[in-house]
Design a protein around this ligand. Structure first.
Ligand SMILES: NC(=O)c1ccc[n+]([C@@H]2O[C@H](COP(=O)([O-])OP(=O)(O)OC[C@H]3O[C@@H](n4cnc5c(N)ncnc54)[C@H](OP(=O)(O)O)[C@@H]3O)[C@@H](O)[C@H]2O)c1
Length: 249
């Protein structure tokens, strides 16, 4: 099983003079109209551009999506966006939220409550794909809550007002990087959410990243593929995952 343990990422050496002056340009939010119908051109804001955020965000860039990568230290993302080319840019968390028609949240799970609190207004109504896993050793008490209440319900509690979909939490970024866009049958990515339109967008974004979405159910069902559960860590096809989770084909 994929063991999503804490990991020390050293990106502090990537500071680039003058970078702060570059971010902020071209980050104008678009009016909230008709964008969700055009998934091919959706702009994506990545919050937490580490291993999973950097990897999945990079796959979206490769498929033609403009992506704004963010973290608390956007100056350290210069290298990542330079490698990905003109569709990729880096900025602050606030800029990513304003930029994204859809957001991808890939921060340590313990950071979720603060994120939801600090950006409550900006996050309202946003489609959010949440890839976080609750790991007791790293995330503390919230891991117990996620275990007790189910991770979909817990994420929605802390990212209140968002149109939340659980996605991309079950497999290592290394597997995702290696298996994206492989010849059919593609690798399955389980998704769960309560907002039908957000689920449609998430399914499209899973396809654009090079995988096959498998709808498991609503947010309460996201527990079926949270850490330690049967749908977690399954590097399998959609048909195999549906069989494991007793979902209809
Ligand atoms: N690694 C995997 O293969 C994998 C797979 C599936 C799911 N996940 C889950 O995805 C999440 C991220 O894991 P990861 O391995 O990608 O971690 P990581 O490599 O350590 O990256 C975490 C990112 O989040 C940023 N960050 C941390 N706290 C933040 C905050 N309060 N606000 C905004 N950004 C913040 C970090 O940058 P700064 O420190 O500069 O802010 C960094 O860019 C975790 O919940 C993990 O369980 C990981």
């Amino acid at each position: 099983m994929f063991n999503d343990s804490p990991f020390d990422v050293s990106r502090r050496g990537l500071l680039c003079a003058g970078f702060a002056a570059l971010v902020g340009a071209v980050l104008m939010p678009r009016p909230a109209s008709a964008r969700e119908n055009d998934a091919a051109k959706l702009r994506i804001g990545v919050i937490g551009a580490g291993r999973i955020g950097g990897t999945v965000g990079g796959l979206w860039v490769k498929s033609g999506h403009p992506v704004l990568f963010s973290s608390r230290h956007p100056d350290e993302l210069q290298d990542l966006v330079a490698k990905l080319g003109p569709l990729a840019q880096a900025g602050t968390v606030a800029q990513a939220i304003a930029f994204g028609d859809a957001l991808f949240v890939a921060v340590p799970y313990g950071a979720l409550p603060r994120l939801g609190q600090d950006y409550a207004d900006a996050l309202k109504g946003k489609i959010v794909l949440d890839a976080g896993n609750a790991v007791a050793a790293r995330d503390g008490a919230i891991a117990d809550e996620a275990e007790r209440s189910g991770i979909g319900i817990t994420s929605q509690k802390y990212l209140a007002g968002t149109r939340l979909v659980r996605a991309f939490n079950t497999l290592s970024y290394l597997i995702l990087a290696r298996e994206a866009n492989r010849p059919p049958p593609r690798l399955a990515i389980p998704i769960a959410g309560d907002d039908a339109a957000a689920m449609q967008v998430a399914a499209e974004l899973v396809r654009d990243a090079g995988f096959e979405p498998v709808t498991v159910g609503g947010l309460a069902d996201a527990s079926r593929f949270q850490r330690g559960r049967p749908g977690y860590g399954q590097a399998v096809t959609a048909a195999e995952l549906r069989q494991t989770l007793s979902l209809s084909p």
